[in-house]
Design a protein around this ligand. Structure first.
Ligand code: ATP
Ligand code: MG
Length: 439
């Protein structure tokens, strides 16, 4: 369909004011909603591609949107509603030509101090890059409130197209998630178009054509958090490579699945200087982006809890696969992460204080011994580093990996102290420990 000119009347019910944009499903217009000749309100009117929704399947394809319309009438979830674009009407129009539509609340955007208007979260990220962590978490929390509510419904309503273009600023302090209730279409659309945007934001299982679950949305939320913090989409390069190689749809999809197997590189301060103070956030993102859906946060509500715990107490509540987590270990990891952050910032005194606190609280764990030994690897302190390693090596139940690490640190201490032959012996023992023998 040609773009509709301002003033075009659709079935006497909507009058086009201007085009807002277009996406995978169709075109969105700002329109007046009318009853007879009375204008009720302005709406964002999404007209679907003709091949996508027909008069025959409109009822089924838009079913979730209709369910949500009804649920949004119930006012017992104000926090979720505030961050959700309200669907006002849906159905089928015949004039000027047959089209399925959804009429939604129009999000006004956010007027930027430097001029211009941010219409989507992507515009906001561009304007604020690098986004301070506190702001990024405030944004993502708003998105999560809406998605968590949807996931908590019985049966859960999935989004399946969570991305920065579907998060719309509405005034200075609210973000709203758009296009909820179109999951069936979104899932179909990955197969139909596979255009750059459609594939980059999808989970590995949706790319493979497997039925999505709430954990699939969690994957997309992890990508969103990564994008907000880094200021760029983590799989942008995958798309560029696919385009450069002239991949067909299947090739592009394969390339995307492969990229998800390893995941994007962990975020570092090079991506956002604020991350120096927030080393644990990388773990949250990594958990969202686990290849296997069962290893992620189960749904958006669990992720919301995790981010809530982090923002209120600076701690994470959920342990990570592959990490031994004894009682109180969250505290241990927080202290060590802080020590590491100070070390990388070139502030050894604070780093030692944090690592020292970790050792005092968790004397039976190898990690604080290793951390403090690493911080002591200076020409003046190398004997202290050795003592710490020795104390660590004497711990009961030491794993071969921890033993190897402490032996490597001992080797470094001997090297710093100018004792290369002892350093070499320690390296041999470390290699033996890595092969499974303890020491
Ligand atoms: N409710 C709304 N209020 C204000 N602007 C909107 C609204 N819905 C969509 N838009 C604008 O229209 C543009 C196109 O939206 P559309 O949903 O068609 O595409 P998309 O979000 O980029 O991709 P997708 O089709 O995957 O959702 C958006 O980028 C946004 O600027
Ligand atoms: Mg959209």
């Amino acid at each position: 369909m040609e773009d509709l000119a301002p003033g075009t009347v659709l079935d006497g019910r909507f009058v086009v004011r201007r085009r807002l944009g277009a996406g995978g499903f169709g075109t969105v217009y700002l329109a007046d909603q009318r009853v007879f000749d009375v204008t009720l309100r302005q709406v964002a009117l999404k007209l679907f591609h003709r091949g996508l929704v027909t008069e025959a399947n409109a009822r089924e394809q838009l079913n979730d949107a209709v369910v949500l319309m009804r649920l949004q009438e119930e006012e017992d979830h104000p926090e979720a509603s505030r961050h959700l674009i309200t669907v006002l009407d849906a159905g089928f129009l015949r004039e000027p030509e047959p089209r399925a539509f959804v009429a939604m609340e129009h999000a006004a955007g956010y007027r930027l101090a430097g001029g211009g208007t941010a219409r989507t979260l992507r515009d906001l990220v561009d304007a604020f890059r690098p986004v301070p962590v506190e702001l990024a978490l405030r944004w993502i929390t708003q998105v999560l409130r809406a998605v968590a509510w949807m996931h908590a419904l019985d049966p859960p309503v999935l989004h399946c197209d969570l991305k920065a273009d579907n998060v719309l600023p509405d005034g200075p302090d609210a973000l709203k998630v758009a296009d909820f209730g179109l999951a069936q279409l979104a899932f179909g659309a990955v197969g139909l178009w596979g255009g750059a945007g459609a594939l980059t934001c999808q989970s590995p299982e949706t790319l493979a054509g497997v039925e999505p679950t709430p954990a699939s949305d969690v994957y997309s939320l992890g990508l969103l958090l990564h994008e907000v913090l880094a200021g760029r989409h983590p799989f942008h390069e995958v798309d560029l490579a696919a385009t450069a190689a002239g991949d067909d749809e299947a090739g592009r999809r394969r390339r995307h699945v492969e990229a998800r197997r390893t995941g994007p590189a962990r975020l570092t301060e090079a991506d956002n200087p604020d991350l120096v103070d927030h080393p644990l956030l990388g773990e949250v993102i990594a958990k969202c982006l686990r290849f296997r859906a069962t290893e992620r946060y189960g749904n958006a509500a669990v992720l919301l809890d995790e981010i809530g715990a982090y923002t209120s107490g600076g701690e994470l509540t959920v342990s990570l696969p592959g990490v031994r987590v004894p009682e109180g270990a969250t505290e241990l990891r927080r202290l060590l992460a802080e020590a590491e952050a100070f070390r990388r910032r070139g502030r050894p005194a604070e780093a030692r204080e944090r690592a020292g606190a970790a050792l005092a609280r968790f004397p039976g764990e190898a990690a604080p011994h290793a951390s403090l030994a690493r911080l002591s690897l200076t020409p003046a302190d190398w004997p202290a580093a050795l003592r710490l390693c020795a104390a660590g090596l004497a711990l009961p139940d030491l794993s071969p990996a921890d033993a190897a690490e402490l032996l490597d640190l001992s080797a470094e201490a001997y090297e710093t102290g100018g004792q290369p032959s002892l350093a070499a012996r320690m390296r041999e023992r470390a290699a033996a420990a890595r092969k499974g023998r303890r020491r």
